[in-house]
Design a protein around this ligand. Structure first.
Ligand code: SF4
Ligand code: SF4
Ligand code: FES
Length: 329
């Protein structure tokens, strides 16, 4: 909701110049916020009215170029889209403005995004197709086929999802939600011929879809609401549909739910670990399993209850199972 009166506020702002500073610091700026102002207005006023050396990126001011992404109180924000009044409703009157990723700061809000672009580039974010150089008619895509792209082409490459992703934070090889969402976008395009090549890239352990921990942070962070985790799930489905799923720990973990549900109508956590990692692999989890057992967090396999609707559940599993993958039943 828009604020209807001007209001004096203090903004705590991250400052760092990688060429001259040893450590970053925060500086407070007192600003009279006008009704309807967005975070980009505050960044502009810090630069124009307080410190001309303050650095940040912006271009379109209309939520299109993706360059003005910053964090406010840890929340991924598009500075030209998010109103100060809406953010104070969530966080109160003390707003802390920081770059998307403090580890990659060049100056103030400006970060080095080459890791983001390199990974984006790795999935062929373009139509891979042999084109007719002298077409005699338009290459029409039907409404139904266009809908399969599922808004994945709304991405403005702001990087909010990527720099909010905990998997990216711990695994520098992980392609991240933006690259995976755009891989889906072109795989879903009926004019594209690069689907299997892209799936080959995203199906690898380390950089690929199996390293997503399904935390939904990317869906929260995306200013275009294009749901990157939803696209990652669709890439999982494409990997199965194309018969490209390998018999590895990540794939077994994904498919290991099925035998447990078919057997009990419930998820047997211990059996899922054994199914994924094998009889030897499971041994390394024994100390944790004992602790969980003592706290009643897991139960022994022979004590596993069965759902009273087991027959119905089995039928549902049968109907909904479309997965094809190598070497796993
Ligand atoms: S759901 Fe996956 S891709 Fe999205 S933020 Fe979490 S780990 Fe990253
Ligand atoms: S998927 Fe959303 S959050 Fe991620 S880069 Fe694209 S627009 Fe930004
Ligand atoms: S300035 Fe272009 S998206 Fe904000």
């Amino acid at each position: 909701m828009a604020n209807i009166e001007a209001k004096k506020m203090t903004f705590k702002v991250f400052r760092f110049n990688s060429e001259s500073d040893v450590l970053p610091h925060y500086k407070n700026y007192e600003i009279e916020v006008q009704p309807g102002e967005v975070i980009l207005d505050i960044l502009n006023r810090i630069k124009w009215e307080h410190d001309g050396s303050f650095s940040y990126r912006r271009s379109c001011r209309h939520g299109i170029c993706g360059s003005c992404a910053v964090k406010v109180n840890g929340k991924a924000t598009l500075a030209c889209k998010d109103r100060v009044s809406d953010l104070t409703e969530i966080f109160g009157d003390e707003l802390v403005i920081e770059p998307q990723d403090k580890k990659r700061v060049i100056k103030d809000m400006v970060i080095d995004k080459k890791d983001f672009w390199k990974k984006y580039d790795a999935v062929q974010p373009y139509l891979n197709s042999v084109i007719d150089e002298a077409p005699t008619a338009e290459n029409i895509v039907s409404i139904e086929d266009a809908e399969k792209i599922d808004e994945a082409d709304y991405c403005i490459q702001c990087g909010n999802c990527y720099y909010s992703c905990p998997a990216v934070n711990v695994n520098e090889d992980y392609l991240g939600p933006a690259a995976l969402a755009i891989a889906y976008r072109f795989n879903a395009d009926i004019r594209d011929d690069g689907k299997r090549e892209r799936l080959d890239t995203v199906n690898k352990i380390g950089p690929g879809i199996w390293d997503c921990v399904k935390c939904f942070e990317c869906a929260e962070a995306c200013p275009k609401e294009l749901d990157p985790i939803g696209k990652i799930t669709k890439l999982h489905q494409q990997v199965f549909e194309e018969g490209m799923a390998e018999n590895n720990v990540a794939v077994r973990h994904a498919v290991g739910f099925k035998p447990s549900i078919v057997k009990h109508g419930l998820l047997d956590e211990g059996e899922l670990v054994r199914y994924s990692e094998g009889n030897i692999g499971v041994l390394k989890h024994v100390p944790v399993a004992i602790k969980m057992l003592k706290k009643g967090k897991i139960i022994m396999p022979w004590n596993m209850p069965k759902s009273k609707n087991l027959d119905e559940i089995k039928k549902l599993v049968e109907i909904s199972s479309t997965a094809k993958f190598k070497g796993i039943k």
